[in-house]
Design a protein around this ligand. Structure first.
Ligand code: PEP
Ligand code: MG
Length: 586
């Protein structure tokens, strides 16, 4: 038995068997020297791997043609199959083996890199595109050499805990969520989009365990505690019993909390706030309603594009928005325009590899430079607006210029609807996401032009502290309790209230029980979070008086470090809510 600890990002305890998902582990190939007399046996391993890979591709070919795959897909497969048995490719590998005397996995990987470099240097775009084909063929061979099963996360047919180096948000969207009971990952942090999705899908997860993922072998028995961050490898009987009873207690407590569903989020001294849900795909709206959400505070519309991996047409967007509005009835639904870029890449629309994607062509910057895509989305929103209580908001606004441009395009989109004779909502409320320090500092100016604010603390923390939210190495810096962040929050909320607009908060901080009293005291009007967190936050709001929360906020504003803030909040919470640490699960 061994315990490793990572970042707890999605609560719940799960017991199951590890499935080492190796799509990225190919980077970790072991490298060893062989003797001259071993060349023949290494070559034999290559021929064996080549035959197995060829057979696998033939099966895939038959399967795809039976499913009616496109000619383009079939052509790619045919070209990979040809490359696999290309005599020139084989000769190069054999020569490289004889010259370098290294194990076959390493030879294939390095030969692949050399071939790719040659193609990339050719300046011929057709040849450059072939570089990806080399990767595919070489990886297929390496999987065979390493005897790793290449199972897609979409096709899993048994319950597993996925153990891997990293997963992209798009992997999470497309994986078979019924079969994946838990996730353990080397990379990632609490506010990475992968973590946000895992919480949304209620899959217990521990991320950022690097480099300990290596300690877990395929089929090892694991306990994953997504509340405490512990991963126990091959637990003994007493550890299993301890976690089984903790699991039962967690579910009992959670069922009790769910009974608050119909009650208002109101403090004993009468301060009423609104608790809403964040969603990434339309289907989540049903779950939001079940947890008692009073609306959708953030619909991350870009996931519609990321789920399919391609540009989504105006009509499909319109249908998705209407679907959410229908589920929510009269309740307000805030749809954020595309926040593509950063860690949410859509190769079809992103033209180049950026050096600093988080500081680059993301969100409103991308939309403003693609007016056709942006106006298509705005038209879909305007049209859906007649079907429910819809609000729009713009992400990553850095100043008034961007806001003014976005409003100008909104007016153009309305004119286009009129021209086409389409019914649309003329006066949808339009809000600004405040998630960049420049926007926070000029919140008084932005408030003049906004119908509401929604504070994105995930990005506000990232950009205020200059700490990449997806990088576990700087995770310790990304502190929402840093005095700089708290001061910015106060400034944003006060500016909103001075102009008579509401201040919502839709970053992960909104669903953190230890922050709820502070946010209430700072004046947050609306909290929007993963639906599952709503009962936890409601319990705290119903048990904390506003005057006490305001006094707490004043004390927090006098703190000089995030540690001091964290300690103060912990002491305050422990005195009033001794069992609020549900997320920690014992
Ligand atoms: C945020 O930045 O806090 C936010 C809610 O937006 P996202 O997490 O999608 O960047
Ligand atoms: Mg954001």
């Amino acid at each position: 038995m061994k315990t490793i600890v990572g970042i707890p990002v999605s609560p719940g305890i799960v017991i199951g068997n590890a499935f080492r998902y190796a799509e990225n582990a190919i980077n970790e190939i072991i490298h060893y020297t062989i003797q001259k007399n071993q060349v023949a046996s290494e070559w034999k391993r290559f021929l064996q791997a080549q035959a197995e890979a060829a057979e696998e591709m033939d099966v895939l070919y038959r399967q795809l043609s039976a499913e009616g795959a496109s000619k383009e897909q079939m052509d790619i497969l045919i070209s990979h199959r040809m490359m696999l048995e290309d005599p020139d490719f084989q000769d190069q590998i054999k020569a490289y083996l004889e010259e370098n005397l290294q194990n076959m996995e390493w030879v294939v990987q390095n030969m692949g890199l050399i071939m790719k470099e040659r193609l990339m240097a050719s300046r011929n775009s057709f040849l450059q595109e072939r570089a990806a084909d080399i990767d595919d063929v070489c990886n297929r061979l390496i999987y065979k050499l390493l005897n790793i099963k290449r199972v897609s996360l979409k096709d899993l047919d048994k319950d597993v805990i996925v153990v891997c180096h990293d997963l992209l948000p798009s992997d999470v969207l497309t994986m078979n969520k019924k079969r994946i009971k838990g996730i353990v990952m080397d990379e990632g942090s609490r506010t990475s989009h992968t973590a946000i999705l895992l919480r949304a899908f209620e899959i217990p997860a521990v991320l950022g365990v690097s480099p300990s993922v290596k300690e877990i072998k395929d089929a090892d028995e694991l306990i994953v505690n997504g509340g405490s961050g512990e991963v126990i490898i091959n637990p003994d009987a007493s550890e299993l019993r301890r976690h089984q009873s903790a699991m039962a207690r967690y579910h009992r407590r959670f069922d009790q909390l769910r009974s608050l569903r119909e009650l208002p989020a109101e403090t004993p001294d009468g301060r009423r706030v609104c608790l809403k849900a964040n969603i990434e795909i339309p289907e989540e709206a049903v779950q939001a309603a079940q947890y008692g959400a009073e609306g959708i505070g953030l619909y991350r519309s870009e996931f519609l594009f990321l789920s399919s991996g391609q540009f989504t047409k105006e009509e499909e967007q319109y249908q998705a928005y209407c679907q959410v509005l229908t589920v929510m009835g009269n309740l307000p639904v805030t749809i954020r325009t595309l926040d593509i870029g950063g860690d949410k890449l859509l190769p079809e629309l992103m033209e180049e590899n950026e050096k600093n994607p988080l500081l680059g062509w993301r969100a409103i910057r991308f939309s403003l430079s693609h007016p056709d895509i942006f106006k298509g989305q705005l038209r879909a929103l305007l049209r859906a607006g007649v079907r429910g209580n819809l609000r729009i908001m713009f992400p990553m606004i850095s100043g008034v210029e961007e806001l003014d441009q976005a409003f100008a395009l909104l007016e153009e989109a309305k004119a286009e609807c009129r021209l086409k004779g389409q019914e649309y909502a003329e006066a949808l409320p339009v809000g600004t996401m405040v998630e960049i320090p420049s926007a926070a500092i000029t919140a008084d100016i932005l408030a003049e032009r906004s119908d509401f604010f929604s504070i994105g603390t995930n990005d506000l923390v990232q950009y205020t502290l200059a700490a990449d939210r997806g990088n576990e190495k700087v995770g310790y810096l990304a502190q929402p309790y840093h005095p700089a962040v708290i001061r910015l929050l106060k400034q944003i909320i006060d500016s909103a209230h001075k102009k008579g607009i509401t201040a919502a908060l839709c970053g992960e901080l909104a669903g953190d029980p230890s922050a709820a009293a502070l946010l209430l005291g700072l004046g947050v009007d609306e909290f929007s979070m993963t639906a599952h967190s709503i009962p936890h936050i409601k319990k705290i709001i119903r048990g904390a008086d506003l005057a006490g929360c305001q006094a707490l906020a004043e004390e927090v504003l006098r703190c000089t470090s995030y540690r001091q803030v964290a300690l103060l909040l912990e002491t305050w919470m422990r005195a009033r809510f001794p069992d609020a640490g549900l997320e920690k699960h014992e």
